[in-house]
Design a protein around this ligand. Structure first.
Ligand code: ADP
Ligand code: ZN
Length: 722
C-alpha cells in the first residue's frame, strides 16, 4: 500500500514537518487531502507518494479523502515551495498557501456548473404529445441547450423525454468571465528598430535576467507583449507582473484584445469567485498567460516561456506578510527552473538592479527614446522658498497657476501630484529648505510626538527638536504638507469651471477602487486629476500636457536610505505622464530645495548621472547594495513577553556576532522607532551585514525561537523602518 508524505495546513512551527499517511492509488503529489490529526481532522498537502514508511503499521493513519480531482499544486510549485522554505525558514504550510487562491483554502467559493441537456436518442414522438414534439424538434435542430432555458420554454415536456432516455442531462463546468464586455481593438504594432532589437536580445542572450531600461513612453509594453506572444507561439506559457495600480481599464482592454481568454488577469477588483475561476483556468491550461500583481508570480502555469516584471523598482514587489518573499527571487527561481528569461522593465531601475546589470550579471537593454522620437516633457524647477517670501500661502506657485490656466484654455488635461506619506514626521525649514538629518547615517530624522524628539531609524540615535532652524535661524520649522482635499478646494476657487477628480486612499476604496477614477479621467470627464503616488504609475493619457508636482522634495526626506532613489523614480514617473501624444508636455516641479542634486538629475532625465551620484553615496555610507539591512522583529500584545522573546533571540544573534564580527557592520538591539502599532509592542534587533553567509544563520536562529504570544520575523532591506 502506498504512503503519502503530508504537510498539514496549520501555520505553526510545531507541526511544520512531514507526516506519513497510508493512502489509496488515486493519491498523487500536490493534492489537498483531509487527514485525521490529533483528536480531529485537518486538511493537508501531499508532498510525495512513496512505497514505504518508517511509521509502525499499527500507528499509521489513513487519508480520509481528497479535496481535488487533480492536484491543486503543480510539481513546480512543490519544488519551488521547498526552495522558498529553505530560503525564508517559514512553516511549509504558509509557503504552500502562496500557491493557492485564498478562496480555495477557505472553501468559500467553488466551481460553478450549469446543466446542459443533449439529444441522445432518436424516437418517434406521437402527434398528440404536442409540447414534447416541439421540444424534440427543437433539440434535433440544436443538438443541445441549457436546461433552465428548456424548462422555461417547454415546461413539463422536458421530464418525460429525459425519463425515456431521449434526452440526457449533463453538468458542465462554467467559468465566471470577469471581462465580459471588456473590449478593445487589437493594437499590435509594428515594432520600432529599438523594440525589435530588445525582443531579439532577450530571446538570444545566454543570461537569464534582462533589464529593459526604457524611458517613459518608449514602448516597453509592446516589447513585453511581443515576448509573451512569442512564448505562446512556442507552445509555452507566460507570467506578466505589474504593480496592481497599473492594471488600468485601458491596460485590461489592451490585454483582452490582444490575447482574449488566453490571458487570466488577476487583480483586486475581481470577486472571490472570479479570481478562483481565473486561477482554475490557468491550472487547467485553458488560460496560458498569468497577469497580475506580486502574487501572480505563483501562478499555476507550467512550461513557462517568459516572465516579465514591469516597473521592477516598485515597492509593491516585496511581501509584507510571512513569508516576506521578494518577487524577484521567486521569479528568478521559476525562470531558472523553466529555462526561460526573466525580463525586468523600468524607466528608473532600482539602484541595486542597475548595478547588477552594469556588472554584467543581467543583460542590459535600452530603449533610449520615446516612440516617434516624441520629446520628453520639459521640466521646470520652481523655488517654493521664494513663494513663501513673497507671501504666497497657496500650494501653487505663480508658474504652476499660469501653466494650469493655459492648459485648461487649450482644452488639455493636467495631473497634479502630491505625496504625503510619512512626511508629517519630517522636520523641514520653510525658509531655507533645511532638513534635520542624522549625523551618522545621513538620512532624514523622524519626529516622534510621544517622546517629543527626533529619531534616526537606522542607528537609533535621538536628537532634541531644535527650537529654530539650525541653518538659517528661521522659525518656520515643521510640517508643510498639504492634503489632496485642500488642493482640490483651492483649485476650485482658482478655476471654478474646471472639472476636478481626486485620487487618493480615501477615494479609491472599494471594489472598483482606482479603476473608476482612472476611467473617468481617460474618458475626459475631468480636466484635472489630483492625486498621491497612485497617479504616478504607468498610465497613458494622451491629452495630458501638464504635470505639476506640488512638493517634489518631500519624498527626499523620508527617513530611508532609498529616499533619493524614490524621489528620482517618482518625479520621472509622474513627468512621464505628460505629453504622450502629439502635443508636447510640460512639468512643473515645486521644491524647497532647488539645488538638490537628485531633483536636478530628474529634471534632466539623467538616469546615469543620478545613478553615479547615488551609488557613490551608498558605497560611502555602506548602504545596500553594498550591505544588507536586516531587522529581526518581535511583536506581541504583552510587553514583558515581547521583551523576553527578543532578549532570547538577541542572545543567540549576539553569539553569531561574536563569532563572525567581520560580517556585521552594525548590530544593535532597541525598541522600534514606533514602539506600538495596533496594540502590538515592537522590539527589534537591527543589523547591517556585509552580505556573507550569516544571514542564513539569522533566519535559522529566528525560526528556532518558539514563543507563545510573540511573533518573531526577519526582514531584509525593509521598505520601512518605523
Ligand atoms: P512605456 O511602457 O515604455 O512607458 P508604452 O508601452 O506605454 O511606453 O508606449 C507608449 C506609447 O507608444 C503607447 O501609446 C503605445 O501604444 C505606443 N507605441 C508603442 N510601440 C509602438 C510602435 N511600435 N509603433 C507605434 N506606437 C507604439
Ligand atoms: Zn543614524
Amino acid at each position: 500500500m502506498p504512503f503519502a508524505e503530508v504537510i498539514v495546513d496549520i501555520a505553526h512551527s510545531d507541526v511544520d514537518k512531514i507526516f506519513d499517511y497510508a493512502c489509496g492509488e488515486g493519491i498523487s503529489a500536490g493534492m489537498r487531502v483531509v487527514v485525521p490529526f490529533g483528536n480531529g481532522v485537518t486538511t493537508g498537502f501531499v508532498m510525495r507518494v512513496k512505497e514505504e514508511t518508517q511509521v509502525l503499521p499499527d500507528r499509521v493513519k489513513r487519508i480520509l479523502r481528497t479535496e481535488d480531482e487533480r492536484p491543486a499544486l503543480t510539481g513546480e510549485a512543490l519544488s519551488l515551495a521547498a526552495a522558498l522554505q529553505e530560503r525564508y525558514k517559514t512553516p511549509m504550510a504558509l509557503v504552500l498557501r502562496l500557491f493557492l487562491p485564498a478562496e480555495m483554502r477557505t472553501g468559500k467559493v467553488s466551481e460553478r456548473y450549469r446543466t446542459v441537456i443533449r439529444l441522445v436518442r432518436e424516437e418517434e414522438i406521437p402527434a398528440r404529445a404536442k409540447r414534447q414534439r416541439e421540444l424534440y424538434d427543437f433539440m434535433r435542430a440544436n443538438g443541445e441547450a441549457d436546461s433552465a432555458f428548456l424548462r422555461e420554454m417547454f415546461g413539463a415536456a422536458v421530464k418525460p423525454l429525459l425519463d425515456r432516455g431521449v434526452l440526457a442531462a449533463e453538468k458542465r463546468r462554467v467559468f465566471r468571465d470577469p471581462y465580459r464586455g471588456v473590449e478593445g481593438e487589437n493594437t499590435a504594432k509594428k515594432l520600432t528598430p529599438f523594440q525589435q532589437n530588445a525582443v531579439k536580445t532577450v530571446e538570444e542572450t545566454k543570461k537569464t535576467v534582462c533589464l529593459l531600461h526604457g524611458v517613459t513612453g518608449s514602448g516597453k509594453t509592446e516589447v513585453y507583449l511581443t515576448l509573451i506572444a512569442d512564448a505562446l507561439a512556442a507552445g509555452r506559457t507566460a507570467i506578466f507582473l505589474v504593480p496592481e495600480i497599473s492594471l488600468t481599464p485601458q491596460m485590461l482592454s489592451q490585454l483582452r484584445a490582444r490575447f482574449g481568454s488566453t490571458a487570466a488577469i488577476l487583480h483586486s477588483g475581481l470577486s472571490a469567485g472570479e479570481r478562483f475561476d481565473e486561477w482554475m483556468r490557468l491550472r487547467e491550461g485553458s488560460a496560458r498567460i498569468a497577469i497580475g500583481a506580486r502574487s501572480a508570480v505563483f501562478a499555476p502555469v507550467e512550461n513557462v516561456g517568459v516572465i516579465v516584471i514591469d516597473e521592477e523598482h516598485d515597492g509593491s514587489y516585496s511581501s509584507e506578510s510571512s513569508p516576506r518573499y521578494n518577487t524577484f527571487d521567486v521569479a528568478y527561481l521559476r525562470a531558472a527552473g523553466n529555462g526561460c528569461k526573466l525580463v525586468l522593465g523600468s524607466a528608473t531601475p532600482s539602484v541595486e538592479t542597475y548595478k547588477r546589470a552594469k556588472d554584467g550579471e543581467f543583460e542590459l537593454i535600452r530603449l533610449p527614446e520615446r516612440i516617434n522620437a516624441r520629446p520628453m516633457p520639459e521640466v521646470r524647477l520652481v523655488d517654493m522658498r521664494r513663494e513663501v517670501r513673497r507671501g504666497n500661502p497657496s500650494p501653487f506657485s505663480a508658474t504652476l497657476r499660469e501653466k494650469l490656466a493655459e492648459c485648461l484654455r487649450k482644452g488639455n488635461q493636467a495631473i497634479l501630484f502630491l505625496n504625503r506619506r510619512g512626511y508629517s514626521q519630517t522636520v523641514i525649514c520653510r525658509d531655507c529648505g533645511y532638513v534635520a538629518t542624522c549625523e551618522h547615517c545621513d538620512v532624514a530624522l523622524t519626529y516622534h510626538s510621544e517622546e517629543d524628539c527626533l529619531k534616526c531609524h537606522y542607528c537609533g540615535a535621538r536628537y532634541k527638536m531644535p527650537p529654530a532652524c539650525p541653518s538659517c535661524g528661521g522659525r518656520h520649522l515643521g510640517y508643510v504638507g498639504t492634503g489632496t482635499q485642500r488642493v482640490v478646494m483651492e483649485l476650485k476657487k482658482l478655476y471654478p469651471s474646471a472639472r476636478i477628480l481626486r485620487m487618493d486612499v480615501d477615494t479609491t476604496r472599494g471594489k472598483e477602487g482606482h479603476f473608476k477614477i482612472l476611467k473617468q479621467f481617460a474618458d475626459r470627464e475631468a480636466d484635472i486629476l489630483v492625486g498621491t503616488q497612485m497617479v504616478a504609475k504607468g498610465h497613458d493619457f494622451p491629452s495630458v500636457t501638464l504635470v505639476g508636482v506640488l512638493d517634489a522634495d518631500m519624498s527626499l526626506h523620508f527617513a530611508d536610505y532609498r529616499s533619493g532613489e524614490r524621489t528620482f523614480q517618482l518625479v520621472t514617473q509622474v513627468a512621464g505622464r505628460s505629453g504622450r501624444a502629439q502635443e508636447p508636455g510640460e512639468v512643473v516641479l515645486q521644491t524647497y530645495d532647488p539645488d538638490n542634486a537628485i531633483l536636478r538629475f530628474a529634471a534632466e532625465y539623467d538616469y546615469e548621472g543620478f545613478y553615479a551620484h547615488e551609488i557613490a553615496m551608498r558605497a560611502a555610507m555602506m548602504f545596500p547594495p553594498y550591505a544588507k539591512i536586516v531587522r529581526v522583529m518581535a511583536t506581541g500584545e504583552n510587553e514583558a513577553e515581547t521583551v523576553e522573546a527578543l532578549r532570547s533571540v538577541y542572545e543567540k544573534l549576539q553569539t553569531l556576532y561574536a563569532q563572525r564580527p567581520e560580517e556585521f557592520l552594525f548590530f544593535n538591539r532597541m525598541h522600534s522607532p514606533i514602539k506600538r502599532i495596533q496594540n502590538k509592542y515592537r522590539y527589534q534587533v537591527l543589523m547591517r551585514l556585509t552580505g556573507g553567509g550569516v544571514l542564513k544563520d539569522i533566519y535559522e536562529v529566528c525560526a528556532a525561537e518558539k514563543h507563545k504570544n510573540v511573533l518573531i520575523y526577519v526582514e531584509e532591506n525593509p521598505a520601512n523602518l518605523s
